[in-house]
Write a protein that binds this ligand. Structure first.
Ligand code: HEM
Length: 203
């Protein structure tokens, strides 16, 4: 069981320490304590991977069976990745409406972070197998949106870690940047989804 499900959903209060489990580090420790790679390094890995996916897409042979499987994986990864993003943004919206506490947002973001990255990586790998038309402007925009979503995700994760490290009130500028990152993320995902759909189903 994790932190968000064990806290009181209405107040965000934690149960007494004996119920919490003694051997697991707290949220703050997990978000800030472990060594995390530098955002700059992660961004470089993302850009190199993105270029590798573009190169991969030019080498894929025409194969209807492969295309079908890749499309299924693409959509399954969309459910996993974007579903996790929606879950975080939903609880963040509740926090903005003062219906839950900030640390609940951070706890959910922490728990689903891996799902978001797995979904995005799966979409990129399967997308490359779908033989995107790299000459099409819409496809180019979509691929740039995907890169934006990934780089923005690195920035959002770094922001979450900084916010989680605060023991007192969190500076408003940091919160504002976090909300901005969430808006960029939503715009990028919806844009990529819309373009993917429009390219697959031209009028
Ligand atoms: C945030 C990431 C992405 C999202 C949200 C997304 C979303 C979608 C959606 C909704 C479709 C329409 C599927 C259908 O209606 O049958 C689609 C199709 C497609 N996507 Fe993506 N996609 C993403 C990343 C990528 C990447 C990185 C590539 C390429 C490297 C890619 C290449 C394609 C191609 C080629 C199709 C057309 C498939 C067909 O022939 O029907 N996508 N995508």
């Amino acid at each position: 069981m994790n932190a968000p499900t064990r806290s009181d959903p209405a107040t965000g209060e934690q149960p007494p320490p004996d119920v919490r489990g003694r051997h697991r580090p707290g949220l703050r420790a997990r978000l800030t304590g472990g060594p995390s790679p530098s955002p700059g390094l992660v961004a470089i890995v993302i850009i190199v991977t993105w270029l590798a996916v573009l190169a991969e897409s030019t080498l894929v042979p025409v194969n209807p069976a492969l295309h079908r499987v890749a499309l299924f994986v693409h959509l399954a990864c969309l459910v996993v990745g974007f579903g996790a993003v929606v879950a975080v943004d939903w609880i963040a919206l509740k926090w903005l409406l003062r219906r839950c506490q900030l640390r609940q947002v951070l706890a959910v973001a922490d728990q689903v972070n891996l799902l978001i990255w797995l979904g995005l990586a799966g979409m990129a790998a399967s997308g490359g197998l779908l033989r995107p038309d790299l000459g099409s402007t819409l496809t180019q925009i979509k691929l740039l949106l995907v890169l934006l979503v990934a780089l923005n995700g690195v920035q959002a994760s770094a922001l979450h870690r900084r916010i989680a490290a605060f023991t007192g009130p969190v500076p408003r500028l940091l919160l504002l940047r976090s909300v901005l990152a969430a808006l960029v993320s939503q715009g990028g995902w919806w844009g990529a989804m819309a373009i993917g759909f429009l390219s697959s189903h031209p009028t």
